[in-house]
Design a protein around this ligand. Structure first.
Ligand code: PLP
Length: 262
């Protein structure tokens, strides 16, 4: 199989299924900013209402399964949905509710950003939720977008020490049913920040100069940007390329610079 998406999303809204950050640094605010940037309409199902900022996650309140299902089904009824982006889930009940809904919409591409922790270090998924994501949700993902920490946790391994280790962990997630895994190298080292799009047969690398510093919410932006590009008719490899350039431009705009020390 090549890396063109088997499900073509030609038009419609992106349905965002994600959690909140009152500061706007991550989560739904970033998602909606991204859909607005690409002039794609959004529907919304909130998974968890959170109290968090750049330093900590003070509290999370996942919604009930009924509320989650109700939001998703209402969004799916109101407009044609061309892609679903799933970010923070927050509880086993939410993961199961998402699965029960998307099971009835097999034609819609699913982009899954498997959010486990914020970059503040605060946890956004407990052990059982990580297990539910792994055993129940990953199989629906046309694209899964883990960073290196998430890749290790979901595949039940130590942090990959090099690229070949990361790729073999990604293949373990393909074996769980994800169609493609985008391994994000933002937290690795080296002069370039390289993301690898991995399918059963092909690995495609996307490289950008590594910037000095960090910005929150980049994972949310990247996965939502891919969902937008699918809705706009792009195939997956080009959707990822455009999404990566979009996040890079946002990093530059926020004041990050080339790492001149390396
Ligand atoms: N909080 C929420 C609600 C998120 O969806 C995400 C998404 O990745 C994060 C936090 C993590 O963002 P960051 O790693 O930038 O803290």
């Amino acid at each position: 199989m090549d890396q063109s998406n088997s499900k073509m999303a030609l038009t419609g809204h992106v349905l965002i299924v994600a959690g909140t950050d009152p500061t706007g640094g991550a989560g739904i605010v970033r998602d909606i900013e991204t859909t607005a940037h690409f002039h794609v309409k959004a529907g919304l199902a909130i998974t968890s209402v959170n109290v968090q900022d750049d330093r900590q996650v003070a509290a999370t309140m996942p919604v009930t399964a009924d509320i989650l299902r109700g939001q998703m089904l209402t969004a799916l009824k109101a407009h044609p949905i061309g892609a679903i982006k799933i970010g923070m889930t927050g509880s086993v009940a939410v993961v199961e509710a998402i699965c029960s809904v998307i099971d009835d919409f097999p034609q819609i591409p699913i982009i899954l950003d498997p959010v486990i922790a914020a970059s503040s270090g605060g946890l956004l998924a407990d052990h059982d939720t990580v297990e539910a994501i792994t055993m129940k949700l990953i199989r629906y993902a046309d694209l899964l977008t883990p960073n290196l920490n998430e890749l290790a946790l979901l595949s039940g391994n130590e942090l990959a020490r090099d690229k070949s280790g990361a790729l073999s962990q990604a293949r373990e997630l393909l074996a769980l049913g994800a169609k493609h895994v985008l391994v994000k190298g933002g937290h690795a080292s080296g002069d370039a920040s390289v993301d690898s799009l991995v399918s059963d047969t092909v690995v495609t690398d996307y490289s950008m100069p590594r910037l000095h510093g960090t910005m929150r919410g980049t994972g949310c932006m990247l996965s939502t940007a891919v969902a937008c590009q699918l809705v706009l008719g792009k195939k997956l490899p080009q959707a990822v390329e455009i999404a990566k350039k979009y996040v890079y431009a946002a990093l530059i705009e926020s004041g990050l610079e080339y790492n001149t020390q390396s």
